[in-house]
Ligand binder design. Structure first.
Ligand SMILES: [Zn+2]
Length: 454
C-alpha cells in the first residue's frame, strides 16, 4: 500500500485540504480522505494527472529540424517531407523503441500519466512486414515497460495516398496495409501488450479520410468493437479541398453523415470546421483531440474552442509531432490561440471556473475517454494517475484554489511538476524520471546512428 498526503488537492468535489490518498497494490486509488493527519509521502499540491491523447513517438527525433524553407516558398511541407523520407529509410525497431521511450519519459516529466500512441509506422523500409508483423507495436510497448507510462496503443490503418484511392506515395510504404493485413497486425499488436501492467489499453484508428476507403470508414467501428477509435480529421485546408472535390462534402460533414461518430471517437485536430460542423460534432459526443503546439508549428489553423466548449463538447490534448512535450504550454497555447483570433481575454473561462480550471477539468475528462482509461479524478477505484506541483515555488506563492492552476499554466511552466504517478507507479521524483540517465543515453545512441538521415 502506498500512502500520499498533500496539503491541498483537487478532488471531484473541488479543492480540499489535508488530503490522504491510499493506493492499492493494483495501482488503483483505494481511499481518499480529507482533513487527514500527515502521513506517508508528503506534498504541497496534488492534482489528477491527465492523458496525452495523441502522439507519434518516433517523430520526437525530427523536432527542430524542419524550420527551413524548400525551393518553392508556397510548399511549407517540403522540408518536412524530405526529412521524413530520409529518416524513414533508416529508422529501425531499436531506434523506434529508444526514441519513443525518450518521448514517453518527457511526457511523464511534463505531468502526463498516460499516452495514446497513434501508431502507423508498421513495416520495414520498402514496405515488407517484419517477421513479427506487429514488431514496431511491440517496441512501443517495450518503451512503455521501460518508462512506466500508461500506454493506450492505437494501431493505425493506412492504405491509400489520397481520397481518389491512389497508391501510397514514396515515403509512405512503411505505413500501408489492406484490410486483412491490418486485422492481423492489430491482433498482433494487442497480443504484444500482454507484458504491460493492467492499466494498458488499446484502440484502433483509420488514419484519416484520405488514407482509407469510404467503405472501410463506414464499417470501422463495427470491425473494432473494443476501445476508443481515433482519426485525424479536418487539419488543413488542402485536406478540406480534396475531400470536398472527391466526396462532395467537407471532411467533418462527411464524417458526421457516414461514420456514425459518437463518444467512442476522438477526432484529432478539427481545426477546419464551419460553425455548423462545430456544433454538430460537439453534440455527437466525439472528443476533439487538440494538439495546439503542433498545430501552431504546422500552421494548421485554430480550433473553435469557445463555440465547442459552450456546446458541452469534450476535448483532450496531445503532443502529436512531439516538437515540444509540455503540458502547461499545450493548455496555454490553446487559450492564447482563441484570444488572438477573437481579441479576447480568458477565452475559455466559464462563469464559475477560471481559464486554467476549465481547461484542466476538460482535458482530464476528455483524455480519460479518448484513452479508454479509468482516470481523470482523484477518487477511489480509479487508476492512481497523479502529479504533485512544487507548492513552495515563488510562482505559486499566495495562490489558492483555481489560481494555482492559472499561475502554473499561464505564469510558469512544467518545471513546477515535481512528482508523477501512473497507475500508482511513482516514475518522476523531484522533477526527473527515475530512469532518466539510461533512457537519455539510449536515445542519444539512436540519434547518433541516424545522424546521416537527420
Ligand atoms: Zn497526428
Amino acid at each position: 500500500m502506498i500512502c500520499v498526503w498533500a496539503k491541498q488537492a483537487l478532488l471531484p468535489s473541488g479543492w480540499a485540504k489535508d488530503v490522504r490518498v491510499d493506493i492499492g497494490p493494483d495501482g488503483r486509488i483505494k481511499t481518499v480522505t480529507t482533513d487527514a493527519p500527515e502521513a506517508g509521502d508528503r506534498f504541497g499540491l496534488l492534482l489528477p494527472a491527465p492523458v496525452n491523447a495523441h502522439s507519434h513517438g518516433f517523430q520526437r527525433a525530427m523536432a527542430g529540424l524542419t524550420e527551413r524553407r524548400g525551393p518553392d516558398p508556397k510548399d511549407s511541407f517540403w522540408t518536412w517531407r524530405q526529412l521524413m523520407y530520409r529518416f524513414l529509410q533508416k529508422l529501425d525497431p531499436d531506434h523506434i523503441e529508444a526514441i519513443t521511450a525518450m518521448a514517453q519519459m518527457e511526457m511523464l516529466e511534463a505531468g502526463y500519466a498516460a499516452s495514446v500512441e497513434f501508431h502507423y509506422l508498421h513495416h520495414q523500409p520498402g514496405g515488407l512486414p517484419y517477421a513479427n508483423i506487429a514488431e514496431t507495436s511491440a517496441r512501443i510497448a517495450a518503451a512503455a515497460a521501460q518508462t512506466g507510462i500508461g500506454l493506450c496503443l492505437v494501431p493505425v490503418k493506412y492504405q491509400f495516398g489520397g481520397c481518389d484511392g491512389r497508391a501510397l506515395g514514396a515515403g509512405q510504404d512503411r505505413f500501408g496495409n489492406d484490410a486483412d493485413r491490418f486485422a492481423a497486425l492489430h491482433a498482433g499488436a494487442v497480443a504484444g501488450l500482454s507484458g504491460l501492467p493492467p492499466d494498458r489499453a488499446h484502440g484502433a484508428a483509420p488514419h484519416s479520410l484520405r488514407a482509407v476507403s469510404q467503405q472501410d470508414l463506414r464499417s470501422f467501428a463495427d470491425r473494432f468493437p473494443a476501445g476508443p477509435l481515433h482519426i485525424h480529421l479536418a487539419e488543413q485546408i488542402p485536406e478540406v479541398v480534396e475531400v470536398q472535390r472527391n466526396w462532395g462534402a467537407r471532411p467533418v460533414e462527411w464524417a458526421l453523415d457516414n461514420i456514425g461518430l459518437d463518444d467512442r471517437w476522438c477526432a484529432i485536430h478539427c481545426t477546419q470546421m464551419t460553425p455548423e460542423e462545430t456544433l454538430r460534432l460537439a453534440r455527437s459526443g466525439t472528443v476533439a483531440g487538440l494538439c495546439p503546439i503542433t498545430e501552431s508549428s504546422l500552421g494548421d489553423g485554430i480550433f473553435d474552442g469557445v463555440r465547442w466548449l459552450d456546446q458541452g463538447g469534450a476535448i483532450a490534448i496531445g503532443s502529436d509531432s512531439n516538437i515540444r512535450i509540455a503540458l502547461s504550454e499545450e493548455l496555454r497555447t490553446l487559450d492564447y490561440s482563441q484570444r488572438l483570433r477573437d481579441h479576447s481575454r480568458a477565452a475559455l473561462a466559464a462563469h464559475d471556473r477560471s481559464t486554467g480550471r476549465r481547461l484542466y477539468d476538460s482535458v482530464l475528462t476528455g483524455g480519460a475517454r479518448a484513452s479508454g482509461r479509468d482516470t481523470g479524478a482523484l477518487e477511489a477505484g480509479r487508476w492512481a494517475d497523479m502529479l504533485a506541483l512544487d507548492a513552495a515555488s515563488e510562482h505559486l506563492a499566495v495562490r489558492n484554489g483555481d489560481a494555482l492552476l492559472d499561475s502554473w499554466i499561464f505564469a510558469a511552466d512544467d518545471r513546477l511538476v515535481t512528482d508523477v504517478w501512473s497507475a500508482g507507479r511513482h516514475m518522476v521524483k523531484d522533477g526527473r524520471h527515475i530512469h532518466r540517465a539510461p533512457l537519455v543515453r539510449a536515445y542519444c545512441r539512436a540519434i547518433e546512428e541516424l545522424k546521416d538521415a537527420l
